[in-house]
Design a protein around this ligand. Structure first.
Ligand code: ADP
Length: 276
């Protein structure tokens, strides 16, 4: 009799605790949703005025009437380039908050490797030329002519990896190699001959706002958001990004994605995305 009574009390207590935890979880979820919505709205509000600032400073720096002094043109160019940096940061924060809120929609389409490589060639050949670096694109044997994926998002990931590769490389160059991954997927590897990343830093560079080395990053600029966005986008495409690197020799960031997007194959989000 007494034992039954104790058991009963214990069960009641457990139930109460369970309900309290569920309530707390809902509150936390709600707070996190407010935060994401706030960030998304803020970014939109910031982009509108910034866009007119960018357009007008560009117009000024072109000096169409030729009546600005050399200094004035330089100032207008500085406004335009600082504005561009700010726009990149805002876009990154917007992307990250959309990912956090689960608001990124994957729109699969047929993407030929021909289209993908020519898009990237067009974007990065000028960067390679300017930095006097080599830029190679290799499509291995056995690759399909086309895949089914979100072209914009895949290109966003590769653009991030390629611009990092050029940013952190002083001599040699960058190679993009596309190949079957041997498990029915496609791997796209961005290899550079740059400064490399130490073993201890290799995991943390994927965390939001993390840069391998404060002094190096300050020298190279950037927000520390690109890789965490890239890793999340790769995951949303049903794939992963891996990193192999040796300081002083270079880095290889490899994206592996399925040949056809399958929403049921998307892995859950890693908690490490969350900023501390
Ligand atoms: P950002 O480039 O804006 O700083 P990322 O998230 O793209 O942010 O990269 C995070 C950090 O990882 C960089 O600051 C840099 O320290 C390191 N990193 C990324 N790509 C490379 C690379 N190809 N070679 C060397 N270091 C890299």
């Amino acid at each position: 009799e007494e034992q039954a009574q104790t058991l009963e009390t214990q069960r009641d207590e457990l139930e109460r605790t369970g309900a309290a935890i569920a309530l707390k979880a809902r509150e936390l979820e709600q707070a996190s949703q407010y935060k994401s919505d706030f960030l998304a709205n803020m970014s939109h509000e910031l982009r509108t005025p910034l866009n007119s600032l960018l357009i007008l400073s560009k117009l000024l720096s072109d000096n169409p009437d030729g009546n600005l002094s050399t200094d004035q043109v330089k100032f207008a160019q500085t406004i335009a380039s600082s504005g561009n940096d700010l726009l990149t940061l805002i876009n990154d924060i917007l992307d990250l908050s959309k990912i956090e809120a689960g608001h990124i929609e994957i729109r699969p389409e047929t993407l030929t490797l021909q289209r993908l490589t020519s898009d990237l060639r067009q974007l990065f050949q000028p960067v390679a030329d300017e930095r006097k670096l080599a830029f190679e694109i290799q499509v291995a044997e056995g690759c399909p002519a086309a895949i089914e994926t979100d072209r914009q998002r895949l290109e966003q990931v590769l653009k991030n990896l390629l611009s990092n590769a050029f940013k952190f490389t002083e001599k040699g160059g960058v190679t993009l190699t596309i190949a079957p991954d041997g498990l029915g997927g496609l791997s796209l590897a961005v290899k550079d001959t740059g400064i490399g990343i130490s073993r201890e830093q290799q995991e943390s560079v994927f965390e939001a706002f993390r840069q391998a080395d404060g002094t190096i990053s300050r020298r190279y600029g950037g927000t520390g958001l690109g890789l965490s966005i890239s890793r999340e986008l790769a995951r949303l495409l049903g794939g992963i990004i891996t990193l192999e690197s040796r300081p002083g020799e270079g880095s290889t960031f490899k994206v592996t994605i399925p040949l056809a997007y399958d929403p049921t194959g998307v892995a859950p989000r890693e908690p490490s995305l969350r900023a501390p």
